[in-house]
Each structure stands twice: as C-alpha cells, then as structure tokens.
Design a protein around this ligand. Structure first.
Ligand SMILES: NC(=O)c1ccc[n+]([C@@H]2O[C@H](COP(=O)([O-])OP(=O)(O)OC[C@H]3O[C@@H](n4cnc5c(N)ncnc54)[C@H](OP(=O)(O)O)[C@@H]3O)[C@@H](O)[C@H]2O)c1
Ligand SMILES: *[C@@H]1O[C@H](CO)[C@@H](O)[C@H](O)[C@H]1NC(C)=O
Ligand SMILES: *[C@@H]1O[C@H](CO)[C@@H](O)[C@H](O)[C@H]1NC(C)=O
Length: 321
C-alpha cells in the first residue's frame, strides 16, 4: 500500500490548489451581456423568482437595458429588497413587484389577471423560478409540489399571458430548464405525486424534462405568431438552489463552486442571451446550453408525439374545467 501514500504528498495539494486557481482565473463566459448593446426602452418584461440567484441578475440586465421589468416573486419582503437594489443599481425606476406563488394555480391566475389589466404589452417572459430538493408535499390543487412549482405553474402562467405576448410580437419566452433534464423521465402519474422517489434529485430532473418538452411544443404551436419560446441550461450556478439540502452538502457545493461553478451573474448569461440577443431573433423551439450554444436536448425532449401528449395533459390539469 506504499504507493497510496504518494497521493498524500503535499505536492499534490499544492498542484491541486494551483490548478483550481488557474481554472478560476481562466473561467470566462462565451457571450458577454455587457458587450451586447440591445436596448429595451418601451419593452415590458416579466421575470419570475427575480428576488435572488439567477433571476435577480436576469432582471438587473433587462432593467439596465431600459425595459419595464416586473419582478414576479412570492415573498413581499424579499421581492421589495430586490426591487430596491435593481432600481438603485440601474437607475431605472420602471421596475415593479407583483406577487405570485407558482405552486398555486389560483395564485398564478390572480397574477396573470393583474398583468392583463395593468399591462398593455409583454415582450419578454422569463420563467426562472424553480425549486429543487423539496420533500414530498401535495399542493391544495392536488399536485406534487415540485411539479406544480417547476412545471404546471409556469406552464399555466405562460398560457395565460400568450395572447398579450402575441399582440406585442416580436416577443420571447425563455424557460429555465437544466442539463439534469437528461436524467428525467415522463410519467404522468408523477404530477399527482405517484411513482416518485425522492433521492438524487430525481423529481427535479423530471420537472426539468417537462420544461424542455413543453417549451418545444409551445414553440411549434406559436409558429408564425412572432412569439418565440426556448429553454435554457444556466450552468451549475452558486445560488440558493440547494436551500433544502443539508448544510454539509451546501458547504461543499459552495467551496468547490467558488473555483469551478458559475456565479449567479454568470448563470444568468444564457437566459439573457435567449431573451435579448440579436442572434436569437426568430429562433424558436431550441434548447440553449450554459455556453449560449444551441444544442440537442435529450431524446425524450425531441419526441414530438410525447410532446403533444404532455402539453395536452398539462393543459387539462391546469384548466379550470
Ligand atoms: N443553480 C443551478 O445550479 C441551476 C442549474 C440548473 C438549472 N437551474 C434553474 O435556474 C432557475 C433559478 O434557480 P436559482 O439557482 O437561481 O435558484 P434560487 O436561488 O433558489 O432561486 C429560485 C427563485 O425561485 C423562487 N421560487 C421558488 N419557489 C417559488 C414559488 N412557488 N413561487 C414563486 N417563486 C418561487 C424563489 O423565491 P424565494 O426566494 O421566495 O424562495 C427564488 O426567487 C431554476 O428554475 C432552477 O431550476 C439552476
Ligand atoms: C403508478 O402508480 C399507480 C398507483 O399509484 C399504479 O397503478 C401504476 O401502475 C404506477 N405506474 C407505474 C409506471 O409505476
Ligand atoms: C438527476 O440528474 C443529475 C445530474 O445529471 C444526476 O447526477 C442524478 O443522478 C439524477 N438523478 C437520478 C435519480 O437520475
């Protein structure tokens, strides 16, 4: 076992540390939002879950470009803090907070009703809010909580705002999925919390697969309307996304993350790319990775028949009838 001891030699520790620092320094984004001169004066945008993490940086960027930005958050306190911060940092006072709990269909309907009466147009919708690692819960609508928050809530929200977006065309819908969608499967009994296991992020993985599938199908339905819909992977990003995980896991994530993962600001890049970049004009039904490249999603996310079924079932579950 003597050879094993060479791995404990201090040289390895020093090499590893140097390598980590080099990786950290070399790390840079593929497309730079700051170098993109697109202005959004006169445009209206909604970002869900805009009070922290990736969503806050997406909202900040849109605000900097002069858009009217609606922060769709569930907490009045956290939302107000973000509102103040974004107004201060950008000098844009046309930033507003509207409350919504995406895990509740009633709350989503109420929110959409408010938007439809208050707003004359909607050019950008970023479905950013999401949860991971939630323990099993069933919402008052009878849905599994992670599915309600990550898929059914945003799905209903998008559908309720579609007519407004069509009349504002060109308009763009961006939905935050995850590379984890590749490990997801489709089983419609999941929506009601059946046949689910809660280890290794499996529930999260399934919800993120529905995001890609339904965004693609939505894009197909929107052809010719001037409204585009794409899904993105933001990268592995140091946000509060692990808030429901044990402290030890969060500490390790942040330690490793400092060197190798993206900051929240960097994690916002691929979503901003899809929401504003000229390169994405007219492009729809695609999946964008964290380097702002359009790549193929998992095979299940490319199954057109499955997409029609998923969309129809999601529509039925979120309709009032
Ligand atoms: N971080 C990553 O590595 C990573 C990787 C792949 C994909 N993503 C995706 O990126 C998106 C943003 O994640 P993040 O990393 O920025 O996470 P985060 O820091 O945890 O932020 C999530 C946001 O969603 C909001 N939210 C959660 N449940 C909600 C509900 N029921 N109603 C309304 N808002 C709700 C949160 O509001 P509160 O603050 O009030 O809870 C918060 O604003 C998610 O869709 C996530 O799946 C993240
Ligand atoms: C899902 O669960 C239901 C009952 O909860 C069961 O009847 C069904 O066979 C299960 N489906 C799968 C694919 O395991
Ligand atoms: C969920 O996805 C992650 C990332 O791809 C993977 O590490 C994990 O094993 C997946 N979980 C399951 C149950 O497949």
């Amino acid at each position: 076992m003597v050879w094993v001891s060479i791995f404990w030699h201090p040289v390895w520790a020093v090499f590893t540390a140097v390598l980590a620092v080099v990786v950290r320094i070399q790390r840079r984004g593929p497309w730079d939002p700051h170098a993109c001169s697109v202005r959004l004066k006169g445009k209206t945008a909604i970002v869900t879950g805009a009070n922290t993490g990736i969503g806050k940086f997406i909202a900040l960027d849109l605000a900097r470009r002069g858009a009217r930005v609606i922060l769709a958050c569930r907490s009045e306190d956290r939302g107000t803090a973000a509102l103040k911060e974004i107004r201060e940092k950008t000098g844009n006072s046309d930033i507003h907070l509207r409350l919504v709990d995406l895990s509740s269909l009633d709350s989503v309907r109420e929110f959409a009703k408010g938007i439809l009466t208050e707003e004359k147009a909607l050019h950008i919708l970023v479905n950013n809010a999401g949860v991971s690692g939630l323990p099993r819960q069933i919402t008052k609508d009878g849905f599994e909580s992670s599915f309600a928050t990550n898929h059914l809530g945003p799905f209903l929200l998008t559908n309720l705002l579609l007519d407004l977006m069509k009349s504002s065309a060109p308009a763009r819908i961006v939905t935050l999925s995850s590379v984890n969608h590749k490990k997801g499967v489709v089983d419609f009994s999941h929506f009601h919390g059946e046949n689910l296991t809660y280890h290794m992020d499996s529930v999260y993985n399934h919800t993120k697969l529905h995001n890609v599938i339904c965004t693609k199908e939505l894009a197909r339905r929107l052809e010719g309307t001037g409204v585009t819909a794409n899904s993105v992977h933001p990268g592995i990003v140091m946000t509060e996304v692990l808030r429901h995980y044990p402290l030890m896991i969060r500490i390790i994530f942040n330690l490793v993350g400092f060197f190798f993962f993206k900051s929240s600001e960097e994690g916002a890049t691929s979503s901003i790319y899809c929401a504003v970049a000229e390169e994405m004009e007219g492009i729809t039904g695609k999946y964008c990775d964290s380097d702002c490249c359009l790549v193929l999603p998992a095979p299940l996310a490319r199954d057109a028949a499955l997409a029609v079924k998923d969309f129809e079932i999601s529509e039925r579950l979120t309709s009032k009838l």
